[in-house]
Design a protein around this ligand. Sequence first.
Ligand code: ADP
Length: 496
Amino acid sequence: MVNKSEGLHVLVVDDEQNIRDASERILTRMGFKVSKASRGDEAISLFKQEGHSIIFLDLKMPGMDGMDVLKQVRQMDEAALVIVITGYATLETAIEAMKQGAYDFISKPFEPDQLRIIVNRASEKIQLKMEAERLAAARKKTLFDLSTEQSRIRTIIDSLPNGLLVTNKNGQVVLMNPAFKQLIEIDPAKGIGETIDQYLPVPGLCDLILKISMGRYIDYEDIPAYEFALSENKYLMAKGQPVLGEKRECLGAVVNLVDITAMKVFDRMKSEFVAKVSHELRSPLATIHEQLAIVLSDIIDTAPQSDQQILSRAKEKTHGLISLISDLLDLSRIEEGLICQEPVPVQIDTQLKEIIKFLGAKAEAKNQSLTLEIQEGGLTEIQADPLALESIFGNLITNAINYTQNGGNIRVVADTVGGNVRVRVIDNGFGIDDKNQKKIFERFYRIKNEKTRYITGTGLGLPIVKELVQSLGGFIEVESEAGRGSVFTVLLPVNK
Ligand code: ADP
């Protein structure tokens, strides 16, 4: 319990010494600090020096009248509580004193308990007042801090070079910084509050933001970026993310918009260069490869074993180079947007069957089982480029065969989730550790370890797959554990 007398200073003003001394004794025992005055003027000068919280004031004193003391004290400090000490017959004066702002009164002669009760009440009031003032100050400070913080965040958001847009769960824009307006070339004075499609002339992106806002992507760790061209010389990239509440409920979306024009121009130049070089190299390399094959078959019975080995290695290397070149050409075709331009209806189950039939021999050579499971009654027809699908699943199943030990199992499972076709390529092979799982989608990245050492490849298969899946409007993700196997999941929208 709070000690009510703690730190409080009391002044007893009375011309009767026994009242002063008795009050002092009682109050000191209660823990108050006590000063005494026998006259009004003495009381005023003591009050000026010591600033008491509670004053017991006799109204009838020789010299300066108690009422005058009361008035002066009230003028100097409204918070000080004055308890007037009155004689028997001076109730009216006490009432008058109360009118003048006295807090309470006590009649002479009084019992020690009466004094205790009255001083306790006064000190409780002071403590409560102090507590209320402390709370009010703390609240004021919090509000001040909050508004400083808000204006600081606002300034940061407004001065960001990237565009920033926030929607609520209905897809209405609740925040849009100046950079966003500038990037999408809308009137800087345009206010917020309307739905996203009133600001963005890009239906695909509006649709994505709306879905994110409504909570459709809560469980996606990495929602892919959406690239679009606003004009021939302006390319933008938007990345959206759901805003989650305390219970992981979706409150809306936040969208970050970046100008990638310079990067696109540079990328285009790089692709053109790579495509040109690759094109120039492809025919001579193919010729060398064919000629090596002819020479090898001609000398099979005559040339020494060591010469045949040298030529075989040269043939393998040229084959590797040809694969690299065709992967590079594929990538530049995807980047130029030459793939997936005109989607047609494709029966995904029929296509998967054909790919599996084609790759069956490769799996058989490693004694692996390669099976296809298709969910009954699920969606199977999608709008896509069949060549892109062939490349996506061809690459994934070839990888599963390559990076699974002899005798392993590879399952291709197709079903439907949330209006998307989902195809999973599942193997029980080498698996991929956590740190490599993100990197395998980077160009030329290959995992080098004892198991993969003798497996040839370009490190371009998965980047091609990822680009193709994205250009079909889908997602790819991998779950894997080293030593246990991998699951590559592809989600494709039924209508791109
Ligand atoms: P490549 O197969 O030509 O090396 P990819 O881009 O297709 O290139 O794959 C990159 C790397 O990812 C591979 O080198 C391999 O280490 C790893 N990888 C891909 N698929 C699998 C899989 N199913 N199981 C284990 N590792 C895989």
